[in-house]
Each structure stands twice: as C-alpha cells, then as structure tokens.
Ligand binder design. Structure first.
Ligand SMILES: [Zn+2]
Ligand SMILES: [Zn+2]
Length: 297
C-alpha cells in the first residue's frame, strides 16, 4: 500500500508470514502498539500472524516501520500485507486466542541456546530458577523440538503436560516480563525435572541437583551416561578418559568417526583447538552448532 493511503486510514489490518511464532513476535507487537498508542489485537494463526490496529495515521505509519526495523532477534518476516479499513472502536490492545486453520503452515524457529539473561539467573542463588536446567525465555530455549503443531501455543507443544505454577503464570501474563507469552516457560515447581536411573535398576536413584551431582561423579568415574535432552538422548562420557571413549566407540560401532566434544567456553576451546574468527563466531552463535575445527597437536 502507498503512504498516502496509510495517512488517511484510521485502522489497519495486517497479515504477516515468516518466522513469527515462538520468537516473541506477539509480545513485540503488543509492546509496539502500546508505545504508539494503538488499540486492536494480534493473533497467531496457522497461516501466520494477523493484526488489527486503530489509531492516528501517523502512529499506524510508525507501527509499520517499527515492525520491520525493531524485529525481535529470532523473527523473520517473509511477507507483510497491510490493508486500510475503518477504525473499529477498539479501546485496548490485546493478544487474542490463536486460531487454527486447516492446511496452513509457517516456518518455526529452531531451538536456541540459553541467552545471557537466563544464564545470569541460572547462576544466581537468589533466583527461583537457580541451577534449573530447563530455564528459557522469549529469546531462548526450545522451539522446533517441542512443537507438535501450529499455531505455536503451549497446548500444541510437549510442554502441555506441565501446567504453569502461579509464579510462572504471572510472568507469562505480564507484558513487561521477559517471559511474556514464552510458551516453554517453566521452573522447578511446575516444569520438567531431572532424575537419574541406573541400568540395573530402573527406579529413581536421585532427582534434581542430587541427580546432577551423582551424574558428574559417574562421568568422572568413567561411566557412559545417556542424557535425555530436549530432542533425544546424548550419550556422554569423559572425553579425556581413553577407556571410557574406547568403550563408547565399541558400543556405538564407531571406530574412527569423530564424536562431538563439549567444552564450557571459548577459552577452553582455544586450549584444545585452532579456531579461526569465523569458527569462534559460529560456536557462539544462537544455534550453538557443532563446529568441525582443527585439533591442536
Ligand atoms: Zn533466555
Ligand atoms: Zn513455574
């Protein structure tokens, strides 16, 4: 649409497609609308995101510009159509219930490595998610792995079986909270938890922090541990223990094929590997991918 049409319009209807679900897009739209004094609503559908907004023409114009310029880091707009319409008399801006549409699909964000804000909370003894392994927020955490269908909302994810506790529900509903409408939001009270089982005895050996510490001790002792993660099992052992690595190779029938090695940070990676700037950037990118690098002698 041309700018002249927008200037005369009192209301706008938008349809947006792209990676716009599970990336904090609705809270972003909500925040923009509030900032610009617009009323109306935003809604996920199986076909993308629909928005209706009422307000002064200049504010609607600014809204369209900001949608593209201030897009959340994980979001990507593939198409945006905007049609003027008469103002509808909305008095508030709301996030409306999602709507499923048959045979319509949208690309979904991949899982994203824990962000700096969540990492800070994770190691803050005063935080209610202190050392909680399933910490996440609008900007990080599982996405693709937990989605069963779209629109991307908690009931259509594998988190559906974990009803929110009052604290998490309050964060989820608070537009000023960084977990506003974060679908995988969880905490030690209401979310998934850790436990440890031994092959000889399938009963629970330890849970929570105890399970974590017991597993560390097992790894140090040369054990091979199957760590159930978001999307499946990781077989883990101490990479500096030749016996453990040889046993894992034997069990996996992987005589020469490389295993991925986990290191805590870039400094440790530099001690073991020769890293180019591009490889370092890749290692620290949001996807935290496995990167094939040259090993030091
Ligand atoms: Zn986060
Ligand atoms: Zn909770």
């Amino acid at each position: 649409m041309d700018t002249q049409t927008i200037a005369e319009a009192q209301g706008l209807r938008l349809h947006i497609t792209g990676v716009v679900q599970g990336v904090g897009f609705r809270p972003f739209v909500y925040g923009l609308a509030r900032r610009l004094g617009l009323a109306g609503w935003v809604r996920n559908t199986s076909a993308g995101v629909d928005i209706e907004a009422d307000g002064p023409a200049a504010a609607l114009d600014a809204f369209l510009t900001a949608l593209r310029d201030e897009l959340p880091p994980l979001a990507r707009i593939d198409s945006l159509s905007a049609a003027p319409r008469p103002a509808d008399g909305y008095t508030t801006f709301d996030i409306r219930e999602s709507r499923a549409e048959a045979n319509a699909f949208q690309p979904i964000s991949p899982d994203v490595a824990v962000c700096d804000d969540c990492r800070r909370e994770l190691f803050d003894p005063a935080d209610r998610r202190y050392r909680y392994p399933f910490i996440n927020c609008t900007n990080c955490g599982p996405r693709f792995t937990i989605i069963r269908d779209i629109p991307y909302d908690r009931p259509l994810t594998t988190m559906a079986g974990f009803p929110l506790c009052p604290d998490c529900a309050a964060e989820y509903a608070d537009p000023l909270d960084r977990r506003f409408h974060a679908q995988p939001v969880a905490c030690p009270v209401c979310g998934p938890r850790l436990w440890l089982e031994r092959p000889e005895d399938a009963s629970e050996q330890a849970s929570g922090e105890d399970a974590l510490q017991a597993t560390r001790a097992l790894l140090r002792g040369g054990a091979i541990v199957a760590v159930k993660g978001l999307g499946g099992f990781h077989l883990a052992c101490d990479a500096t223990n030749d016996t453990a690595v040889a046993e894992l190779r034997r069990r996996k029938l992987r005589v020469g094929k490389p295993f991925a090695v986990m290191l805590p940070d870039l400094a440790a990676a530099r001690r073991h590997c020769l890293l180019s700037p591009a490889e370092e950037e890749l290692l620290l990118s949001r996807a935290r991918p496995i990167v094939v690098v040259r090993r030091r002698a």
